[in-house]
Design a protein around this ligand. Structure first.
Ligand code: COA
Length: 174
């Protein structure tokens, strides 16, 4: 099995993380979210976003990457205090992606654990997140990790909307 480390990221990782983000969106959301939304999430746009995040311009969120022994980044997690889940959780999981060829090897769980530990260390009692309806793998993964469905919302544009489920993990009980 390929050895993988969970490590902090720095500004030099922005391109590699953005590439994982774009590839994961394509394999995960094609057919689940409007094609225009997918088309808009270009590599260039993601690189800009990740540069801002890693420079802490974007509110200083918690970021960790999954790095192979050869340095290749194969997954990432981003979390922080609630932004859009404030009605049902104290902390929010913004991003969790693992390249599909590494699925099922425990990488997602290790990234998730890093975010959960950070949320707990910051005193949060709950972690909330959104899952796109039909993302069966992610749904099963989070349920396996103790998440429960607490709400739902309609995302996207009026004419090209899609449903998301709001999930909460009770950190005191894990
Ligand atoms: C969802 C995702 C992060 C899970 O990461 P992963 O590395 O594949 O999952 P892991 O191997 O760490 O699995 C952790 C646990 O979840 C379970 N699990 C994972 N996928 C599952 C599935 N499809 N069905 C049932 N259980 C599943 C595993 O069995 C494991 O449980 P165990 O440790 O008790 O055996 C990853 O598949 C992914 O990046 N998917 C695409 C992007 C995505 O949907 N991200 C989430 C957006 S909200």
């Amino acid at each position: 099995m390929t050895e993988i480390e969970i490590t902090p990221a720095d500004a030099a990782d922005a391109e590699a993380i953005a590439a994982v983000h774009v590839a994961s969106w394509e394999t995960t959301y094609r057919g689940l979210v409007p094609a225009t939304l997918l088309a808009g999430m270009t590599l260039e746009r993601r690189v800009t976003q990740w540069r801002m995040r890693l420079d802490a311009v974007d509110g200083g969120r918690f970021v960790r990457v999954a790095r192979r022994f050869d340095g290749e980044i194969v997954g990432m997690v981003q979390a922080g205090s609630a932004r859009t889940v404030g009605d049902f959780a104290e902390w929010e999981l913004d991003v969790l992606y693992v390249l599909d060829r590494h699925h099922g090897a425990g990488v997602g769980r290790r990234l998730m654990t890093a975010a959960v530990e950070e949320a707990r260390a910051k005193g949060a009692a709950s972690l909330g997140l959104w899952v796109v309806a039909g993302n069966v793998r992610a749904f099963a993964f989070y349920r396996r990790g103790g998440a429960v469905v607490v709400t739902e919302r309609v995302a996207g544009e009026v004419t090209e909307s899609f449903l998301e489920h709001g999930l909460r993990i009770d950190l005191a009980r894990r």
